[in-house]
Structures are given as structure tokens and as C-alpha cells.
Design a protein. Structure first.
Length: 209
């Protein structure tokens, strides 16, 4: 008889309880404005909701991942890692006539100075970069491309242009300036955000201990 009831579409008591519990949770969520806001700045809300903000975050994460994929591909085309490629290109654009200091290079390519120092050493051993003491400060190090480094960049340039033209197709110079402005602000804000993340994690660890 029970199987007959199921075949006829009758709801069992267990299913009824589950349905009731689900309806209760849905109603409770509605009363509590579920899900809660993940940002409170009025400028980032639309009609009091943060849906567009969330979608933008997901899009940023997706695009950054795709940019990292392209950078890694540029590196592979030169037999390098993605960060080594970034450092090599950074030297090309910042070396001038005398070479570029490690700190200046690190700031330009947005990598930690210690990481840049490591990668410069590896690229030097590959014969792509050279180092020498600074002219004004003998304790500083100036980094420059070698002839082999020049040749490597010239050789990979057509591939870079092809991919970058596809990546930034349809984007105007004004839009590019806006992107730079937004990400510069995000970079500065991230220092405070990461400090708060670390403080919160320490607090949770102390509470758990």
C-alpha cells in the first residue's frame, strides 16, 4: 500500500516534514535579508543590494587568472617561468642607459624585492641579465639586459603583440586609464585589507587556543 501511495504522488510524512522545514528556512532567510551584504559602501550597492558587486569580483578573479595564464605562456615561449618573464621585460623597460636598481624593478613589475632578487640571479645565470655595482652607490646593484636578453625579447615580441591585441581588443585608451586607476586604488587598499585579514586570523587562533 505504501509503495502505491508513492506511485500516485502522495507525500510521505518525512517528505512533508522536510518540505515544511525548507519553507521555514526560506521564510526565515527572507525575514533576515538573507544573504547578508558583503560590502556596505553605498556607492557599491544597487537598490540596496550587492549583486553587481559580487559579479564584478568574480569577473576580476576570472580575468586575473586568464592574465596569469597568458604570462605563463609568454614565459614558456622563452623557456622561463611567468615571473622570470615579467622581470626580464621589466628590465627591458626600466634599464635606461645605466641599468635599473632591484627596488625600482620590483616596484615596476609589482613583485617582492626578495623574489625579484632571486629571479635576477637565475636570469643572470641563464646569460639573459647582467649585474654591476651602482655608480653613485657601490652597495647598490644595477641590472641590465645582455645581448642574449635583447635577442630573446625581440624574438618573443610578435607573440606578445598578438596575444595582447586580442586581450585588449575594443578597449580605448580612456578605459585603459580607468582600469589602471581602479587597480592602483585596489592595490593600495589591499594593504589595509590584508592587515585586517591577518589580525582576524590571529584573533581566531587565539580564541581557539
Amino acid at each position: 500500500m505504501r509503495s502505491l501511495h508513492l506511485k500516485q504522488g502522495r507525500t510521505t510524512p518525512i517528505a512533508e516534514r522536510r518540505s515544511g522545514a525548507k519553507s521555514g528556512r526560506t521564510a526565515e532567510r527572507a525575514r533576515k535579508n538573507f544573504p547578508p551584504l558583503t560590502v556596505s559602501h553605498p556607492e557599491l550597492l544597487r537598490d540596496g543590494k550587492d549583486d553587481e558587486f559580487r559579479q564584478t569580483l568574480y569577473l576580476i578573479v576570472q580575468v586575473l587568472g586568464q592574465l596569469e595564464t597568458c604570462r605563463a605562456a609568454f614565459g614558456r615561449a622563452m623557456g622561463l617561468s611567468g615571473s622570470q618573464f615579467a622581470v626580464l621585460m621589466g628590465v627591458a623597460y626600466q634599464q635606461g642607459e645605466e641599468g635599473v636598481k632591484i627596488n625600482t624593478l620590483a616596484k615596476y613589475v609589482q613583485l617582492a624585492s626578495t623574489h625579484v632578487t632571486t629571479e635576477v640571479g637565475r636570469l643572470e645565470r641563464m646569460g639573459l641579465l647582467s649585474k654591476r655595482a651602482g655608480i653613485d652607490d657601490r652597495r647598490s646593484v644595477l641590472v641590465s639586459l645582455t645581448d642574449a636578453g635583447d635577442e630573446a625579447i625581440v624574438k618573443v615580441a610578435p607573440f606578445l603583440r598578438q596575444v595582447n591585441d586580442l586581450l585588449f581588443s575594443g578597449i580605448t585608451s580612456r578605459q585603459l586609464s580607468t582600469i589602471k586607476e581602479v587597480f592602483t586604488k585596489l592595490s593600495l587598499n589591499s594593504e589595509f585589507a590584508i592587515a585586517e585579514v591577518k589580525r582576524s586570523e590571529r584573533q581566531r587562533a587565539e580564541s581557539a587556543g
